[in-house]
Design a protein around this ligand. Structure first.
Ligand code: FES
Length: 186
């Protein structure tokens, strides 16, 4: 009996066996499945309208008294804005790089001409807790910046980690001065 080339392997180049056919169908199905899974995932990565609406935030600095700080939310993250005293600025500038866990000069963490303002993302670089230090009653740690109660990390007035377990300095958000008394985050 003559064999059907579509259901048996004849060994002739160009013919398709039943097994080959099933593999092709399976691969095509996998491709469609991957596409069906990937699209909602990719679509979900696009920022929603409300996220886009707060992609930048303006912060008025005039109400923040020297020596105090505030927390503002930007893109779902707490941002610490601290108005440093002359003493805090000098201490932050005078630190030897050899004393730092992640060496970084203070000048690289503030905007030129605005050393009285330190702006950092208020998320501990250890496991992501929000450090204390902005409220007048908050502990600020030995270096006068921020203290993370979760595991005891401490940051200085430049937001640099001075005592672990946090391995890195507080990260800096993108921002710019719109005037001497206003910054724009984002
Ligand atoms: S999360 Fe801050 S010290 Fe662990």
């Amino acid at each position: 009996m003559a064999e059907n080339a579509a259901t048996t392997h004849s060994g002739t180049p160009g013919t398709v066996t039943k097994r080959d056919f099933l593999q092709l169908v399976a691969l095509a199905g996998a491709g469609i499945g991957a596409g069906a899974i990937a699209w909602p995932l990719i679509d979900s990565m696009n920022p929603s309208a409300d996220v886009l609406a707060v992609s930048s935030v303006e912060v008025e600095l005039a109400p923040i008294e020297t020596g105090s700080g505030i927390t503002v939310m930007w893109q779902g993250k707490p941002i610490f804005v601290r108005h440093r005293t002359a003493k805090e600025i000098k201490e932050a500038e005078d630190v030897k790089m050899s004393e730092l866990i992640e060496p970084q000069p203070d000048s690289a963490r503030v905007k030129p001409g605005h050393a009285q303002w330190i702006v950092v993302i208020g998320i501990c670089t250890h496991l992501g807790c929000i450090p204390l230090g902005n409220k007048p009653t908050d502990p600020r740690g030995e270096w006068g910046g921020w203290f993370c109660p979760c595991h005891g990390s401490q940051y200085d007035t430049s937001g640099r980690v001075r005592h672990g377990p946090a391995p890195l300095n507080l990260h800096l958000p993108p921002y710019a001065f719109e005037s001497d008394t206003k910054i724009k985050l984002g």
